[in-house]
Write a protein that binds this ligand. Structure first.
Ligand SMILES: C[S@@+](CC[C@H](N)C(=O)[O-])C[C@H]1O[C@@H](n2cnc3c(N)ncnc32)[C@H](O)[C@@H]1O
Length: 255
């Protein structure tokens, strides 16, 4: 299976010296209270960005919760997702809360050029838990110099007790290279980690969504986790990479 968390043995400190790290160890019931929330580290980067009047594209918007944060900060927002049901919920919520500056569009953010989702120039691309090299590539082509790319994705250590971790995870160095290759300057990079502690394996079933447990049983990750518990490591790591980057001006040939 593809994994972008390619360098588990390299010391991230050597590669990206100014990464902000926050971590905590919590009893699982405490960790559960915040496990579905938008990461405060991401919200902090949102607060420092002036979204007023800008057109913001939220890629993999789901039910639109990040789109609504950007809209609340004064942006016009287009949320894109390929899940029709989630988009229906997002539109319903926008209607109930009378958000007039948000629209939701069906589309594949890995495959479609982003100007096809919006009529006006895109001022910022944002994302929560939807990331891929293709998204970085498309975001780079969609943004003008100075345009912001702000996102949170799984860090390479996410679910590391299952050995295979998360398929859509990135270590700091891999993401930095990807961003630089796509003409972004990284202005903030942070790793937000929570280690949830358990007494017994069955508590993990209460902690995770049923669909995740089922997937892990099918693909062997549950067995790996069970072995880790048997060794006395009764924990699950939740780790997120939060990034703000700016599109650089085009490089010109001087010869
Ligand atoms: C973990 S959810 C996050 C949703 C939302 N950003 C949030 O924070 O609540 C990931 C979302 O990305 C969407 N997604 C995954 N791949 C996609 C793609 N290629 N194009 C559009 N949406 C995609 C999924 O349908 C899902 O709604």
């Amino acid at each position: 299976m593809a994994s972008y968390a390619a360098h588990p043995l390299r010391d991230p400190e050597d590669i990206v010296p100014d990464v902000v790290r926050e971590s905590r160890t919590l009893p699982w019931r405490e960790a559960a209270k915040e496990s579905d929330a938008l990461r405060p580290m991401l919200m902090e980067q949102f607060r420092h960005e002036d979204f007023r009047g800008k057109l913001v594209l939220d890629v993999g918007t789901g039910e639109g919760r990040l789109a609504f944060v950007a809209a609340h900060a004064g942006a016009r927002v287009v949320g894109v997702d390929l899940d029709r049901t989630k988009l229906m919920h997002a539109r319903a919520y926008a209607g109930i809360r009378d958000f007039r500056n948000v629209e939701f569009v069906l589309g594949d953010v890995d495959k479609t050029p982003y100007h096809e989702f919006a009529r006006d120039p895109i001022g910022a691309v944002v994302s929560n838990l939807c990331m891929s090299p293709e998204i970085v590539w498309h975001a780079s082509r969609a943004l003008r110099p100075g345009g912001a790319f702000v996102f949170c994705c799984h860090h390479g250590d996410h679910w590391k007790e299952t050995r295979r971790g998360s398929q859509w995870a990135f270590y700091e160095d891999v993401m930095t290279d990807l961003l630089q290759d796509n003409r972004f300057e990284v202005t903030f990079m942070g790793v937000d980690t929570t280690v949830a502690r358990f007494d017994e394996l069955r508590e993990v079933e209460l902690f995770l969504r049923d669909s995740i447990v089922r997937r892990w049983v099918e693909d062997g990750r549950w067995e790996e986790l069970s072995d880790s518990f048997a060794r006395g490591e009764k924990q699950l790591t939740l780790s997120y990479l939060v990034v703000k980057a700016r599109k650089l001006a085009a490089a010109y040939e001087t010869t």
